[in-house]
Design a protein around this ligand. Structure first.
Ligand SMILES: Cc1cc2nc3c(=O)[nH]c(=O)nc-3n(C[C@H](O)[C@H](O)[C@H](O)COP(=O)(O)O)c2cc1C
Ligand code: SF4
Ligand code: SF4
Length: 287
């Protein structure tokens, strides 16, 4: 099979998962290609592929607007599609993020076969510890191993989202019109910024222009946090959200945290996710 991964990723988590997934499918003999959704990038020739995997990070229990615009731009088609998403929390509320892309894809004739969610470190709110990140990555790899087989056999299942979760996601969709307004007020700390232009180059929405050696933020921000996360000087100030700023890449290596070391926030939820994944891997090994 020829499999196209079309992925939106602000800070690299979704890209990392998609890349590992693609490597797994390649090792099973499939041809895979990774297309990064970025403003100005020509649309991929979806018709050339047998399967489409659409990847995105969850933003406020929804899919980012950049992902939704991409899905809307796709030509009509009948091929199988999977949704692959990453989220900072192992919350079932994140399943609601699949509702809109699923609806648009189905309307276009695609057959949405399944959805995969991987918990990855936060790029906003607070920085996960190195141990947590290692354990998350270990869990993600175990899940990817299982999910590759699902795509290989064109199986899969869709998440059921009840009215309560739908309503919560609907309310938080306020993020979509709010983010361009908040993003317009992003700025840089003048004493820190060295004018390297990395943020402008990286922004997947083409929202940053370099003017007189300094970044200027436009009105197309989707709040992906790529600029503030990746700035080598930690110079980007994200306005109202600044206290939640997370800067600097995660290592993904090292000793995974124990249950006791799991971050205190949503402690039980993370441990349940880790245990479920580890038990699932043990059951698969037994087969
Ligand atoms: C604006 C914004 C909103 C987010 N909202 C959620 C959320 O509702 N639930 C969640 O679990 N994680 C949330 N996250 C965390 C990201 O989904 C998570 O860190 C993701 O792996 C980032 O992927 P990326 O590196 O591919 O951009 C949010 C992140 C951002 C920047
Ligand atoms: S990446 Fe940071 S240092 Fe470089 S131009 Fe952007 S804000 Fe300035
Ligand atoms: S301005 Fe920053 S947060 Fe907004 S879309 Fe661009 S990289 Fe993402």
């Amino acid at each position: 099979m020829k499999v196209l991964f079309a992925v939106f990723s602000g800070t690299g988590n979704t890209r990392r998962v998609a890349q590992t997934f693609a490597e797994g499918l390649t090792s099973l003999g499939h041809l895979t290609e990774l297309y990064m959704i970025k403003k100005g990038a020509p649309m991929p020739e979806v018709g050339q592929y047998d399967v489409l995997i659409v990847g995105y990070p969850v933003h406020a229990f929804n899919a980012p607007t950049a992902l939704i615009s991409f899905v809307k731009e796709l030509p009509a088609g009948e091929k199988p599609v999977y949704l692959l998403r990453t989220s900072g929390e192992p919350s079932k509320l994140n399943d609601a993020s699949g509702i809109t892309p699923r609806r648009i894809l189905t309307k276009k004739g695609y057959s949405v076969k399944g959805e995969f969610t991987y918990v990855m470190p936060y790029n906003i709110i607070f920085r996960h510890s190195d141990g947590m990140v290692s354990r998350m990555w270990r869990a993600a790899c175990l899940r990817i191993e299982r999910d590759i087989r699902t795509v290989d056999t064109l199986q899969g299942e869709l998440r059921k989202v009840g009215p309560l979760r739908r309503s919560a996601a609907f309310v938080l969709r306020i993020e979509h019109p709010a983010m361009p307004l908040i993003g317009k007020t992003f700025h840089v700390a003048k004493d820190k910024c060295i004018g390297c232009g990395a943020c402008a180059k990286l922004c997947p929405c083409g929202n940053i222009r370099m003017v007189d050696g300094r970044p200027k933020f436009g009105i197309h921000c989707v709040g992906c946090m790529g600029c503030s996360f990746s700035c080598p000087q930690d110079a980007v100030r994200i306005s109202l959200l600044n206290l939640w700023r997370v800067n600097g890449k995660y290592a993904f290596t090292g000793e995974p945290s124990t249950d006791e070391e799991t971050c205190r926030y949503l402690h039980g939820m993370y441990n349940r996710y880790f245990h479920e994944t580890e038990d699932m891997a043990l059951r698969t090994e037994d087969l």
